[in-house]
Design a binder for this molecule. Structure first.
Ligand SMILES: Nc1ncnc2c1ncn2[C@@H]1O[C@H](COP(=O)(O)OP(=O)(O)OP(=O)(O)O)[C@@H](O)[C@H]1O
Length: 253
C-alpha cells in the first residue's frame, strides 16, 4: 500500500534514504531517541512534507500527486499535539470532517473508552482523554470515508499516541490498534517511545538514530538489549518475557 524507494530529505532536518513497504493489516512502530527523525519520517509518510529524494507511493501513486480529498480518504495523521480550536463536544469532534454513520461513532467511542465523555466539551478533558479523542477522530476519518470498493482500511499515522495515557489505557489502545489493523485491514504506523509497547504489540519496528533507519524487522530482531543500550545510551536489564516473544527491557538501577 505505502512504498518507499530511497525516500528521504537532504535539507534540514535530514533523513537518509529509506526503502520499505507498509502493508494493510500491519502495525508498524517507529522508535528512536529524541531528535532521531521519527516525526520527520512521519511527515514524509503522510505527505505533509514531500521527500526530496526517492519516492513515496500510496496505492501505486506518488504521494505528492494525490488530490487532497482523495488522500484524506486514504490516510489520516494524528500529530503529537492537535489543536482543538473550538468548544466541540467529544462526539462532534470525533466526526469532524467526516460523515460517519451513528453506529460507527458509537463503535469508535466504545473502542477508546470515550462513551462516558461523549457529551463533554473537549476543552474540559484531561490530556489522556483528549489524546484518545484525537485517535478516534483519525480512525473515523478513514473508516467513514472508505469506499465500497476499497480493499483495505487505509493508513493511520500516529505520533506518540500513548504519550499521555496511563498504563491501562496504553494497553487498551495498543490492543485496539491491533484489532483495527486486523478487522479493517488498516495499516497503522505509530511513533513510540515505549520500547516494551513496540515489542509487545507491533508486527515490525523501524529504529531511527541520527536521521537514519539503522535497523528494521521483527521486534525481537531490532530491539536487542545491546543495540538499545548503544543507541539510547541507557543501561538495561533484559527480562525474558516468553520464549517466542521479544525481551522486555527494564532500566537498570
Ligand atoms: N526546522 C528545523 N530546523 C532545524 N532542525 C530541525 C528542524 N525541525 C527539526 N529539526 C531537528 O531535526 C531532528 C529530528 O526531529 P524530529 O522531530 O523528527 O525528531 P523525533 O525523533 O521525532 O524526536 P522526539 O522523540 O524528540 O519527538 C531534531 O534534531 C530536530 O531538532
Amino acid at each position: 500500500m505505502l512504498t518507499l524507494h530511497q525516500a528521504g530529505f537532504t535539507s534540514i532536518p535530514a533523513l537518509a534514504p529509506i526503502d520499505g513497504e507498509i502493508h494493510p493489516g500491519e502495525l508498524l512502530a517507529i522508535v528512536g531517541p529524541n531528535g532521531a527523525g521519527k516525526s520527520t519520517l512521519l511527515s514524509m509518510l503522510s505527505g505533509y512534507r514531500r521527500c526530496e529524494q526517492g519516492s513515496v507511493q500510496l496505492d501505486g501513486h506518488l504521494l505528492h500527486e494525490w488530490e487532497i480529498t482523495a488522500l484524506a480518504n486514504r490516510r489520516a495523521l494524528v500529530a503529537q499535539q492537535e489543536p482543538v480550536g473550538f468548544d466541540w463536544r467529544v462526539e462532534e469532534l470525533v466526526c469532524l470532517g467526516s460523515k460517519p454513520e451513528k453506529a460507527l461513532i458509537a463503535e469508535l467511542l466504545d473502542d477508546l473508552d470515550l462513551v462516558p465523555l461523549a457529551k463533554r466539551s473537549v476543552l474540559s478533558l484531561s490530556g489522556g482523554e483528549r489524546q484518545r479523542v484525537m485517535i478516534a477522530r483519525g480512525a473515523c476519518q478513514l473508516l467513514s470515508r472508505r469506499s465500497n470498493t476499497a480493499k483495505d482500511g487505509g493508513l493511520l499515522l500516529l505520533d506518540e499516541p500513548t504519550s499521555a495515557l496511563d498504563i491501562g489505557q496504553q494497553q487498551r489502545l495498543m490492543r485496539q490498534l491491533r484489532a483495527w489493523a486486523t478487522q479493517h485491514r488498516m495499516a497503522i504506523v505509530c511513533v513510540l517511545h515505549d520500547l516494551n509497547l513496540a515489542a509487545t504489540y507491533a508486527d515490525g519496528v523501524w529504529l531511527l538514530h541520527q536521521g537514519q533507519r539503522i535497523a528494521y524487522g521483527k521486534p525481537h530482531h531490532v530491539l536487542t538489549p545491546a543495540r538499545i543500550a548503544d543507541v539510547y545510551g541507557a543501561e538495561f536489564q533484559a527480562t525474558a518475557n516468553h520464549a517466542a516473544s521479544p525481551p522486555l527491557l527494564a532500566l537498570a538501577r
